[in-house]
Design a protein around this ligand. Structure first.
Ligand code: ZN
Length: 306
């Protein structure tokens, strides 16, 4: 494992050295340099080339969701260890003095803050379900939404591909099980073709989410048995530990139930999403094609619109 940590550190230091990432003093929290950001835009360009023809509705959300939305989504039951909530100071002058004193003495001042009504977005699609639910019953063709936002997961790591704040570009499908599964199938084929064109080593495999605790292990194995989640994996620093760069998810009725999303036939809507981890894909591109995008093969640059 130490060898893997060393490999992560080496790659991270190279990315910092080339100005692709900018250190912010916290593992997993980085600024992005110009070349890195151009490649991220290129990944979005390639994503749009695959998905725009489906004419999704575009929604853009801030990197936060309502605390009630987080509660109702079920995220805290499954991933309490990854969730982030926004806290703020709401005290009196006296409490403010105590806070400043704690700060000066190096004591814990954060416990003097209270939870606000805002949580950090755990996955790009979380803003979509309540928005669609508010509109009432789905049309027979269901709904398709394109989202792109910063997400937060509390998992500090030296691995540059495991950021605490990163962006997901997603298409979210709501409708019948057949509609959602056909959508997922189509995107698996599209993603394979894309990474073929980018000349990147990749494989698609069944996967599970990092559910918390003992019951989480049961949930993870049931998720695998039912093949609810697939991931497209690309080796970044280690062939033995490839990184999930795209995920293809079928949620069944989970979000339909949580948000009472009504299907066209009056039942509960089924949902699924396909998420591109744009930073991870950029990191994989830099790993496989080098740190200077101008030197990448012409075909790769073309796919990314660079
Ligand atoms: Zn999603």
């Amino acid at each position: 494992m130490t060898a893997l940590v060393d490999a992560h550190r080496r790659y991270r230091d190279e990315l910092l050295h080339h100005g692709l990432l900018i250190s912010m003093g916290v593992d997993g929290l980085y600024g992005r340099g110009a070349a890195f950001e151009r490649v991220v835009e290129g990944v979005n360009h390639a994503f749009a080339a695959l998905g725009d023809a489906d004419r999704p509705e575009i929604m853009r959300f801030p990197p936060g969701i309502g605390l009630r939305q987080l509660e109702r989504s079920g995220y805290l039951a499954s991933f309490p260890h990854l969730a982030g909530t926004v806290h703020a100071f709401e005290g009196s002058d006296r409490e403010h003095r105590a806070l400043v004193e704690a700060l000066q003495q190096g004591d814990d001042w954060a416990t003097r803050q209270q939870a606000t009504h805002v949580a950090l977005t755990p996955a790009a699609c979380y803003g979509v379900y309540p928005a669609i639910a508010d509109r009432g019953r789905l049309a027979p063709q269901g709904a398709l939404v394109d989202v792109y936002t910063y997400c937060f997961r509390h998992e500090p790591s030296i691995d540059p591909a495991r950021m605490q704040m990163f962006r997901q570009r997603e298409h979210v499908r709501l409708g019948t099980a057949d509609q959602v599964l056909a959508f997922r199938e189509q995107w698996m084929a599209r993603a394979r073709a894309l990474f073929e064109a980018l000349t990147m080593p990749h494989e698609v495999d069944v996967a599970n989410d990092p559910f918390f605790g003992r019951t989480g292990r049961l949930m993870a194995s049931s998720q695998r048995e039912q093949e609810l989640k697939f991931e497209l994996l690309i080796p970044i620093v280690s062939p033995e530990h490839p990184t999930a760069c795209v995920s293809f998810n079928f949620h069944g009725e989970q979000f339909g139930r949580a948000w009472r999303i009504e299907a066209a036939d009056g039942g509960i809507a089924q949902t699924g999403c396909v998420g591109f981890g744009v930073e991870r894909i950029a990191l994989a591109l830099f790993r496989h094609h080098g740190f200077v995008p101008a030197d990448w093969p012409g075909g790769v640059r073309h796919v990314l619109g660079l």
